[in-house]
Design a binder for this molecule. Sequence first.
Ligand code: ADP
Ligand code: ADP
Length: 225
Amino acid sequence: MARVELVEVTKRYGQTIAVDHVSLDIAEGEFVTLLGPSGCGKTTTLRIVAGLIEPTEGEIRFDGQVVNHVPPHRRNIGFVFQSHALFPHLTVAENIAFGLKIKRRPKAEVQRRVEEMLELVNLQGFGSRMPSQLSGGQQQRVALARVLATDPRVLLFDEPLSALDRNLRDQLKYSILELQRRTRKTAIYVTHDQSEAFAISDRICVMNAGRVEQVGTQLDIYLRP
Ligand code: ADP
Ligand code: ADP
């Protein structure tokens, strides 16, 4: 778990200001959603937290430590993208174990962890299946299990539901919330969908043209004119 702070974070691309002096303080275990129209700077902000993009100005802090120059793989984050992109030639268990193997964890630990993760996402007994044998929703849960397996400090979600149909979106949004609650991880979630943001967030950060317009609970955002 980690507190995540963005302090006056700015990202410029030539004349374009993708992110404009964004400050945000996210508590340990909190679920914060960046909400706003396409092009408002959500993804760039998320990638800056991940370390995939360096800010032009400003600081990112994890638990009070500046991480601006810490590379992504040392930040201990879990990134969930729009397309789950499981490895099609690997079994479900091998997919979940992938990040642990990269970290050269002992075999017994990897096996135990894979079983734990299958249980966490309600897919006990599916370890030896291939991704193509699973439904879309099950595949997304495997993708979540793969991210959670390495026990990241912070979960980052970039429109993870936008490629799915409505039914799946509804199911999965509550799976994501339940998993975040059970693992008590700090989460930052990007979406342009207001109802999605309202359904899952502790707080919502409304962005427009690179800036933070409002930050608050669903009620705060409704009540403010
Ligand atoms: P969102 O995720 O809210 O759709 P983005 O963070 O992707 O917004 O983009 C914010 C703004 O920055 C947009 O105007 C986009 O075109 C611009 N932008 C993003 N990435 C780049 C880049 N690599 N080069 C130039 N402009 C970019
Ligand atoms: P997303 O769906 O994540 O917002 P986009 O489709 O906007 O992504 O952009 C895809 C990629 O192109 C990203 O790496 C982004 O940084 C880059 N990009 C976005 N806008 C521009 C732009 N105006 N000029 C150059 N690169 C851009």
